[in-house]
Design a protein around this ligand. Structure first.
Ligand code: ATP
Length: 198
């Protein structure tokens, strides 16, 4: 089964494109969602994160369940590159292990592995091909500000921890320029045929 990496900068339209592939019944693995899930549920991850960032990384809800304090964690790692690297060194292997189990359960000619930081995390090394989603940076910032009801500064801070499109382009096999949703749908349909026949 082929593994197709799907990546792109923040707000480029990865999830939008992944949803279009889903219409063709392509199994989709969303690394960011799995990473968030493991941060809250995986005991090895929880212990390692507390070790790295302190007990305040987790709080309890009204039912006394442990939940990650995402604001606290973000405040720690976004101003300290070493802590961000440390957090990634905990999460990336856990996501990989989860992915390996998930992959065994799939039955399809190819699957999509969606990750915003596919190259930064080294995830592209597992992929047979990588599809890059792109659109101009101003459009991406505006889309995310609107989607997340957040400020330009916040989006630009998240952007600064990611590679540029030029860097991504060098390692990608296919590119979809996601400006117009109807045209993107056509590209996805063409890509699906290419992947089925390659
Ligand atoms: P993130 O990296 O933050 O997870 P993403 O790359 O998955 O983002 P999406 O969530 O798919 O990006 O898209 C960002 C926002 O832009 C969403 O609100 C989506 O509906 C919108 N969007 C995506 N593609 C287009 C497009 N071609 N035209 C207009 N809006 C779009």
């Amino acid at each position: 089964m082929k593994i197709i990496g799907l990546t792109g900068g923040i707000g480029s339209g990865k999830s939008t494109v992944a949803n279009m592939f889903k219409l063709f019944h392509v199994p989709i693995f969303i690394a960011d969602d799995v990473s968030k899930m493991l941060l809250g549920t995986n005991e090895v991850v929880i212990a390692a994160v507390k070790d790295l960032l302190g007990e305040h990384s987790y709080t309890t809800n009204l039912d006394n369940e442990l939940i990650p304090d995402k604001k606290y964690i973000a405040s720690k790692v976004f101003k300290d590159v070493d802590l961000l690297k440390g957090l990634n060194a905990i999460l990336h292997p856990a996501v990989r292990t989860y992915f390996d189990d998930w992959l065994l359960k799939q039955d399809a000619p190819y699957i999509i592995y969606e990750a915003a930081i596919l190259f930064e995390s080294g995830g592209h090394k597992r992929c047979d091909a990588v599809l890059l989603i792109t659109t101009n940076i101003e459009e991406r910032v505006n889309r995310v500000m609107q989607r997340d009801q957040t400020s330009r500064e916040e989006v630009e801070a998240r952007l600064s921890n990611q590679w540029s499109d030029i860097e991504r382009l060098n390692l990608s096999d296919f590119v979809i320029i996601n400006n117009n949703l109807e045209i993107t749908k056509t590209y996805v349909s063409i890509m699906h045929d290419v992947l089925l026949n390659s």
